[in-house]
Structure formats: C-alpha cells, structure tokens
Write a protein of this length. Structure first.
Length: 174
C-alpha cells in the first residue's frame, strides 16, 4: 500500500510540475520586412583604401589622442525608399573595443583605427548594429554616407611601425 501511495504521489507531482513548465512568462515578437531590392554599393565604394598617412609616434602623448582625420564615403544607388546605415565589421582593438584593431603582422603598438561620422562627428563603433547613423534615401534611390578614419592611441606610449587595419561593411535597411 505504501508503494502504491508513493507511486501515485510521484505521478501527481510530475503532472503538476509539467503544468508549471508550460506557463507563459513572456513573448518574443519577430518583426521586419522583406524588401524588393537591396542597394547597390557604388564600385568606387566597394574596395577603398583610406590613406591615414605617416604619423609620428611622439604625437600620441596619452591614450585617446587622435591623428588627422581622412575622409571617405560609402555611396549607394538603387536603394528602396527609407533609411540606410552602414555597419563596419572587423576585429575590435583589445584595449578599446570601439576601435578597429590593426591587421595581423602590423608592427605599430598602442593604436587602433577610429571611424567617425563626418556629418555629425560621432564615433562609429566597430561591429555596432544598434546605433549606426541612418541616412534617408533620396528620390532617385541614392544615399551617400560620409565618414572619416584616423588613428587613436590606446596607451600612453605608442610604438612606431606599420599600422594598417581592415574592415568590411554591411548596409542595414529600415
């Protein structure tokens, strides 16, 4: 009798717990759009080289010092109506994750590459899909996003050497 009672109690407990496991605690709603076409990246914008120049290591006297900014643009055509943004992807600097890390094999130390919106001067953080500057596509389906690139010291002491960095970019729509 004790075994039967124990079996019935265990079965009842399992059933009660099963009901609790299926209780709704929240909702996830997926939203978005399927668009007809994606923008075309202008050929001059697809594979760019932005010359940051030769900068003296001694000009970086503390962390956070930046070199002269060099302008570059990402030009888009044939875009659907709405807004577009660009996300710059790449390896973040180990000291300042908002910066782009120098490429493997580079000999300079203590610097990363900073990207800013040329329009409003705000920093474009590497791999940031949340807060990139959005630009409205014009009536012809074109948009130009203006940026600047520059070195930024991550330490008080910068070591001279080669300092190239590479980023891929992706166009976001909304």
């Amino acid at each position: 009798m004790k075994k039967t009672f124990l079996a019935v109690m265990m079965a009842g407990s399992v059933m009660a717990m099963a009901g609790m496991a299926h209780a709704a605690d929240g909702t996830v709603k997926f939203v978005g759009n399927i668009i007809d076409t994606a923008c075309t990246v202008d050929t001059a914008s697809q594979d760019q080289t932005v010359p940051l120049g030769d900068v003296a290591a001694s000009s970086f006297t503390s962390a956070g010092i930046v070199s002269t900014a060099q302008k570059f643009d990402v030009k888009l055509t044939n875009c659907p109506a709405g807004n577009v943004a660009v996300v710059f992807a790449g390896t973040s600097d180990a000291v300042n994750t908002d910066l782009l890390q120098l490429d493997s094999g580079m000999t300079a130390k203590g610097v990363g590459v900073r990207i800013n919106n040329a329009t409003d001067g705000t920093q474009v953080k590497v791999n940031d899909t949340v807060s990139p500057l959005r630009v409205t596509v014009d009536g012809s389906g074109a948009a130009t996003l203006n940026y600047v690139g520059q070195y930024q010291s991550t330490t008080a002491s910068v070591t001279a050497g080669t300092a190239n960095a590479t980023s891929q970019f992706t166009v976001l729509y909304n």
